[in-house]
Ligand binder design. Structure first.
Ligand code: AMP
Length: 618
């Protein structure tokens, strides 16, 4: 039944429950909706006009929990109980974050390096999913307060390079916060939507989305065609952003006022004061030429030229990433139709200028770069609510998905770049007579041998009734839902036995790993084709040897001694070729054995037919 709500802010009656768009960011998070009257996306703002909720959680001594601005105050004074950047930990094991653990001022637990990380605050341990859910709960409460109506449904954005595990973790966090997460959307897709790109079904465009926030930098190249957003490449630096600009300014100033780095690290108040002032200077210099202020009775100053010299090395790094993203997508700057600027740090004029220069095009920057991802999420939410029936937005799978078949080969059921949601099925059978179970191992990757791909899950289909080899029909179905979560079903069609699992991988794949897997599949392509051909020949030989052995066991007495001796010799020969023979020599061995067995196999078959016909009247 449809719920009817009254929006007190606008006075309008809402026939439908509102679906909110949420940008769950590393530094800040925010919520947007489609305004019921204007039908335009708007971010939700408190009375103070603030839309950004810092993605920070503080756990107080007395069991109190605060989120947002309130929690941010504790970052310096109580770092061990103040959790920031939890997005960096989503879906990750300690092994994944070990190299960057010094970045976190709170305790990231490493009791078992195989499992997902936990964070310690006070006496308690929290998973990144629980921590993110606290941020989402705060956003939900704020949204309900502003909209004056309950909020149960949301679209949440994630970086394009987030893998299944990170997407699932984000979805779980939503569920824990009491939200029905209708879709997980890529941030660059949302940003493009906010500018209206992709809203016209006939449009074909290639878009570069440049996202420079406080602590991370992402560049994504997207192709939009027929309402489908395809991520062609992603690149970036997970530890590069506006915070680096602030640090560079602080460093410059401490030499101006004659304070050592050591003194600064001991004087938390001074360090905090300088950091806040540096951010103020940076923002001021977006539209002025000189910033001056007093710190501990001394004057600090920064000119626009000094500032630009300080930050140029960081911007250069982002430009290099852009070039890499283009070459990964096999594109040149001429192929890029639009550049979309996302993240607070893209307000810096030098950043805009350098990005515009490298792409030889004007950048899209008229929307608030902090809000654009949330605005796009709201547009997506509106489409899901059925308010824009013409448009069906689809994402695609970043890597191929398949199962292991005989010889350790990867059998792809869903190719890379398949549209999401999607479904694929294929039938398999048993290798041995009376085989009662079948192991199904699910892999992700582009290589021909599963050992070179990433294992996502493994399970056993049991209870297959005893049948001769090759008779059972086991249908494997891959179903990817709208959020890119994979469900694998195995069903033996003759008996109806079935088993289903949802694939929730334990480990997170970093964006570099996804890239490496793709790159490896290209560089090893020739070698992989060779190996696949060899493994297929070996598998064929093994099956032939097995069936011939079974045949001999049953029909030995019907064969002449010459036939028997010749067959056994050909079998031995083929067997000896298995470990080191080439594809061609194995094929020759198979052919030889087939030639020897064909005449007597046919003879026996004829006899069997004759026997069966005897006494029967046609
Ligand atoms: P985000 O992570 O997208 O919220 O971006 C936050 C970063 O943008 C922080 O480093 C801010 O200091 C920076 N920022 C916000 N406004 C400006 C501005 N006007 N000029 C330069 N940097 C800004």
């Amino acid at each position: 039944m449809a719920k009817i709500g009254i929006n007190i802010a606008t006075g309008s009656i809402q026939q439908q429950e509102m679906i909110v768009g949420i940008d769950l960011g590393t530094t800040n998070s925010l919520v947007a909706v489609i305004h019921p009257d204007t039908k335009k996306p708007v971010v939700l703002k408190e009375f103070d006009g603030n839309s950004l909720v810092p993605s920070v959680i503080h756990f107080g001594e007395a069991g109190t929990v605060s989120v947002g601005e309130e929690a941010k105050k504790y970052l310096i004074i109580e770092p061990q109980n103040t959790i920031f950047s939890v997005k960096r930990l989503m879906g990750k094991s300690y092994n994944d974050v070990r190299n960057t653990s010094s970045f976190f001022t709170y305790k990231v637990i490493d009791d078992n390096t195989e499992s997902l990380v936990k964070v310690q605050a006070g006496e308690k341990f929290y998973s990144p999913v629980e921590l993110s859910s606290l941020i989402l709960k705060e956003l939900k409460t704020r949204a309900e307060h502003i909209l004056k109506t309950p909020v149960h449904k949301a679209v949440i954005t994630v970086p394009a390079y987030f893998n299944d595990s990170q997407r699932q973790a984000t979805r779980d966090a939503g569920k824990l916060a009491g939200l029905d997460v209708l879709r997980i959307v890529n941030e660059p897709t949302a940003a493009s939507l906010a500018y209206g790109f992709g809203l016209n079904k006939d449009e074909i465009k290639t878009i570069a989305v440049y996202d420079l926030g406080g602590g991370t930098f992402d560049i994504s190249v997207l192709r939009i065609a027929g309402g489908i957003f395809e991520v062609l490449s992603t690149n970036g630096d997970t530890y590069l952003g506006g915070d680096d600009f602030d640090s560079a300014i602080v460093k410059n100033w401490i030499s101006q006022i004659g304070v050592s780095e050591k003194e600064l690290s001991e004087n938390k108040n001074l360090s905090q004061e300088l950091r806040l002032l540096a951010e103020e200077a940076k923002i001021y210099l977006s539209s002025n030429d000189l910033f001056t202020a007093n710190v501990t009775d001394k004057q600090v100053q920064l000119s626009i030229t000094q500032f630009e010299n300080l930050i140029k090395p960081f911007v250069d790094k982002t430009i290099n990433c852009c070039k890499n993203a283009l070459s990964d997508a096999n594109l040149t700057v001429d192929n890029i139709d639009e550049i979309v600027m996302v993240g607070g740090s893209t307000r810096v004029p030098l950043v805009k200028k350098m990005v515009s220069e490298v792409f030889q095009k004007k950048v899209n920057d008229f929307l608030n770069p902090d809000e654009i991802v949330a605005l796009g999420a709201a547009i997506q939410a509106d489409i899901l609510a059925g308010n824009n029936k013409d448009l069906l937005l689809l994402d695609i799978t970043p890597l191929s998905l398949g199962i292991e078949t005989m010889g350790g080969l990867m059998d792809v059921l869903m190719a890379r770049n398949s549209k999401i949601p999607s479904k694929a099925s294929r039938q398999y059978t048993t290798q041995k007579d009376g085989q009662g179970s079948m192991r199904i191992a699910v892999y992700q990757g582009e290589r021909d041998l599963v050992k070179d791909n990433r294992k996502l899950a493994e399970f056993n289909l049991t209870g297959i009734p005893g049948m001769p080899a090759g008779l059972p029909k086991v249908e494997i179905t891959f179903l990817i839902n709208a959020d890119g979560i994979l469900q694998v079903k195995a069903k033996e069609l003759r008996s109806g036995v079935e088993q289903t699992i949802e694939v929730k991988p334990q480990y997170g794949l970093t964006d570099e790993e996804v890239e490496q897997m793709l790159l490896a599949s290209i560089t090893h392509a020739k070698e992989d084709i060779k190996i696949r051909a060899l493994v297929e020949a070996q598998t064929e030989a093994k099956i032939l040897l097995d069936t011939t052995a079974q045949f001999l066991q049953k029909n030995r007495s019907f064969l002449t001694s010459t036939e028997l001796a010749e067959t056994e010799m050909a079998m031995e020969e083929l067997n000896s070729l298995l470990p080191a023979g080439t594809k061609d020599s194995i094929h020759a061995g198979i052919e030889k054995l087939n030639e020897i067995s064909r005449p007597y196999a046919e003879r026996l078959m004829d006899e069997a037919v004759n026997k069966a016909m005897k006494g029967k009247v046609i």
